[in-house]
Design a protein around this ligand. Structure first.
Ligand SMILES: C[S@@+](CC[C@H](N)C(=O)[O-])C[C@H]1O[C@@H](n2cnc3c(N)ncnc32)[C@H](O)[C@@H]1O
Length: 328
C-alpha cells in the first residue's frame, strides 16, 4: 500500500476528498495539520447546531492506494486542476506492513465500571477481580463502555440493580431457560445468588450496541426492551445479547410499550428534550428515569424540559458529561 499525503486549505478539502474517491483511493482521511500545536482547532457539531466544516484551516489529507503507480497518477491528475493551486504535495510513501487485527485489538482493553464489574472484549481474559462482566467487541453501533456516558449509566445499573451474580433466570422468563449469564474465561465468577429485581422491567431507549440492556440483565432486570432508530443498532443489540447469554426484546422505537420500572436513555441533550413526554410516559409510578449524553452546562435546560413530569437531578459526572436521574 502507498499513501499520498497532501496539505490542503479548508475550502478545498471537500473537493480534493471527492476527487480522490473518484480516483479510486482505497480510503481518504482528513486530519488537522496543526494538531498538537497551539494552532490546533476543534471541529464538532451537535444535533440542532450547524454542521462542522469539512476540514481544518490547514488539513492533512491522507489517501491510500494499492500501488505506487496509482498514487503517482492520482497526484499528477490533481496537480493539473485549478482547485489544486493552493494545495501542496507532502509525500507519496509506502505504508509499512502492519498486523491490523492485532493493532485494532490492542486499542480496546477491558473497561472497569466498578472494581467488580467489567466490560471485556472477547480476545481478553477477564480481570481476576471481575465478578460480573459484559463481553463486547467494538462494532458499528455505539456503546463499548469506553465513553463516559455509557460508563455512568452502567455504574447506576450496578448500584441500583440486584446483587452481582444475578442469574439468567432473573431475566425475561418467556423464552427457553438460558444456560448461564456467566461468561467463559479464566476468572472465578460467583455463582448465581440473587434473583432480586430492583430494576424491574427495563426500557433501554437508544440502545446502540445494547450494552445498557445487557448490563441491566446482568443486574437482575426481569423483562427488557431495547430500542433504537438505527436498524444496525438493533441487529447489534440482538447479537451482543446472545453472545452474553441474556434474553431481551430488541426493535425499533415502536417496540417500547407500556410502563417500565427503569427507563434508560443515553442519547444527546437535544433529542432527550424532544423525547421528554414519551420517555416519562413509559416510567411507572415510583420508577426511575436515567438520562445520559448531557454535557454539564446543559443540566438546567434538561431540568426545565422534564419539569412537567419529574425533578431531574445530577447524580454522577465524568469528563464534562453528567448523569441525570429522577424518580417519578
Ligand atoms: C450515544 S448512543 C448510546 C448507545 C448505548 N445505549 C450506550 O449507552 O452506550 C445513542 C443511540 O441512540 C440512538 N438514537 C438517537 N436518537 C434516537 C431516537 N430519537 N430514538 C431512538 N434512538 C435514538 C442512536 O442511533 C444511538 O444508537
Amino acid at each position: 500500500m502507498f499513501e499520498l499525503i497532501l496539505l490542503v486549505p479548508a475550502d478545498e478539502v471537500e473537493t480534493i476528498s471527492e476527487a480522490l474517491d473518484a480516483l479510486d483511493a482505497l480510503s481518504v482521511s482528513v486530519e488537522d495539520a496543526d494538531a498538537e500545536t497551539p494552532a490546533e482547532q476543534a471541529l464538532f457539531g451537535e444535533p440542532g447546531m450547524p454542521p462542522p466544516k469539512a476540514g481544518w484551516e490547514r488539513s492533512r489529507v491522507v489517501s491510500l492506494f494499492a500501488t505506487e503507480a496509482l498514487a503517482i497518477d492520482a497526484c499528477k491528475l490533481l496537480q493539473a486542476q485549478d482547485f489544486f493551486a493552493c494545495c501542496t504535495l507532502v509525500a507519496i510513501q509506502a505504508v509499512p506492513e502492519q498486523d491490523w487485527v492485532r493493532l485494532t485489538q490492542s486499542q480496546f482493553s477491558p473497561v472497569e465500571i466498578t472494581p467488580e464489574f467489567w466490560i471485556v472484549p472477547t480476545w481478553h481474559e477477564p480481570p481476576a477481580q471481575a465478578k460480573q462482566l459484559i463481553r463486547l467487541d467494538p462494532g458499528l453501533a455505539f456503546g463499548t463502555g469506553t465513553h463516559p456516558t455509557t460508563r455512568m449509566c452502567l455504574r447506576w445499573i450496578a448500584k441500583n440493580g440486584a446483587e452481582q451474580g444475578a442469574s439468567a433466570q432473573s431475566v425475561r422468563s418467556d423464552g427457553p431457560p438460558l444456560a448461564s449469564t456467566a461468561p467463559s474465561g479464566g476468572s472465578a465468577l460467583r455463582e448465581a445468588k440473587s434473583v432480586g429485581a430492583s430494576l424491574g422491567r427495563v426500557l433501554d431507549y437508544g440502545c446502540g450496541s445494547g450494552i445498557l440492556a445487557i448490563g441491566a440483565a446482568k443486574f437482575g432486570a426481569v423483562d427488557i426492551d431495547a430500542v433504537d432508530i438505527d436498524e444496525a443498532a438493533v441487529q447489534s443489540t440482538r447479537a451482543n445479547a446472545e453472545a452474553n447469554h441474556v434474553r431481551l426484546n430488541a426493535g425499533l422505537p415502536e417496540k417500547a410499550a407500556g410502563l417500565y420500572q427503569t427507563v434508560l436513555a443515553n442519547i444527546l441533550a437535544t433529542p432527550l428534550k424532544v423525547l421528554a413526554p414519551l420517555l416519562c410516559a413509559h416510567v411507572e409510578k415510583g420508577g426511575n428515569l436515567v438520562l445520559a449524553g448531557i454535557l454539564d452546562r446543559q443540566a438546567d435546560e434538561l431540568k426545565a424540559a422534564y419539569a412537567p413530569w419529574c425533578a431531574l437531578e445530577v447524580t454522577d459526572q465524568e469528563d464534562g458529561w453528567i448523569l441525570m436521574t429522577a424518580r417519578l
